[in-house]
Unconditional design. Structure first.
Length: 270
């Protein structure tokens, strides 16, 4: 499985002003592609901290490193500069990135989103890339995404505005990620178990996991209550749809049998 780390960047995340929904969304997409999220962190707008975290991920030979946020025109948008420092490459004005930013502001001016389309130093900043990096089309905002490759690692830098991040991921990035992750099939099922005590089904889930070592099996209990029921997530990622379905069905069958042996009913599968 391709190893992945995510760096969500911005002081607004650390003071509780903005909820980091981006990381959760990216994780769901990567799991669906068959990737393995090894680590995710939230960092403030600090050049040294961001660069150090990227260097650490590179030292761990993480295959794909996502950075989220810090791509805009303001002084505290410093993700790209931090990447340049981390990979020891100078920042250079990229002709393609500059042209993209210029075209976007002309488009925004025509729509009345901005008053003046002319390039300014703040707007030109979004066209600066670490040498050797490439811009990726942003269908929504003014800042292109950026891909930087270092040996076996790929750094994917995305804007922090959720609509921009999702637009880039779904429209521009997926073909590139398909090359990295390959064609994978991911399937997740949720079993509703008629038990109100998670500690009772814990050894049962352990037995099922031992029988199905490649399948992710996790119980979730919200609270203690007379009518409480427990959700058990069962998921697997493989190369072929038929294989994935077979593996998941076998795990569900084993779970049903183990629960039945303990006198516990598996209510339904979602």
């Amino acid at each position: 499985m391709v190893t992945v780390e995510i760096l969500a960047i911005g002081n607004e995340l650390l003071i509780g002003d903005v909820l980091d929904t981006n990381t959760h969304w990216i994780i769901k997409q990567i799991v669906g592609l068959g990737g393995k999220i090894n680590r995710s962190v939230i960092l403030g707008d600090n050049l040294d901290a961001i660069a150090t975290e990227i260097q650490s991920a590179l030292q761990r030979k993480t295959e794909v490193i996502f950075t989220i946020g810090g791509m805009g025109p303001t002084v505290d948008d410093m993700t790209i500069e931090a990447i340049a420092r981390a990979i020891n490459q100078p920042l250079k004005a990229d002709a393609q990135a500059i042209a993209f930013v210029k075209d976007k502001y002309q488009e925004f001016a025509k729509k009345g989103y901005v008053d003046d389309p002319r390039m300014t130093p703040a707007r030109e900043k979004m066209g600066l890339l670490p040498m050797g990096s490439i811009p990726i089309y942003n269908p929504v905002g003014a800042a292109p995404a950026v891909i930087s490759k270092v040996k076996e690692s790929t750094i994917v830098s995305l804007p922090g505005v959720p609509r921009e991040l999702k637009g880039i991921f779904e429209e521009s990035l997926l073909p590139i990620l398909d090359e990295k992750f390959g064609q994978k099939c991911f399937l997740e099922k949720v079993a509703i178990v008629d038990s109100k005590d998670e500690s009772i089904i814990a050894p049962i889930l352990n037995n099922v996991s031992l029988k199905n070592p490649k399948v992710y099996i996790k119980s979730r209990s919200k609270n203690f209550a007379i009518d409480a029921k427990i959700k058990v997530t069962i998921s697997y990622c493989g190369s072929f749809k038929e294989e994935v379905g077979r593996v998941i069905n076998q795990a569900i069958q084993d779970l049903r049998e183990e629960l039945g042996n303990a006198g516990i009913l598996l209510d339904q599968i979602e």
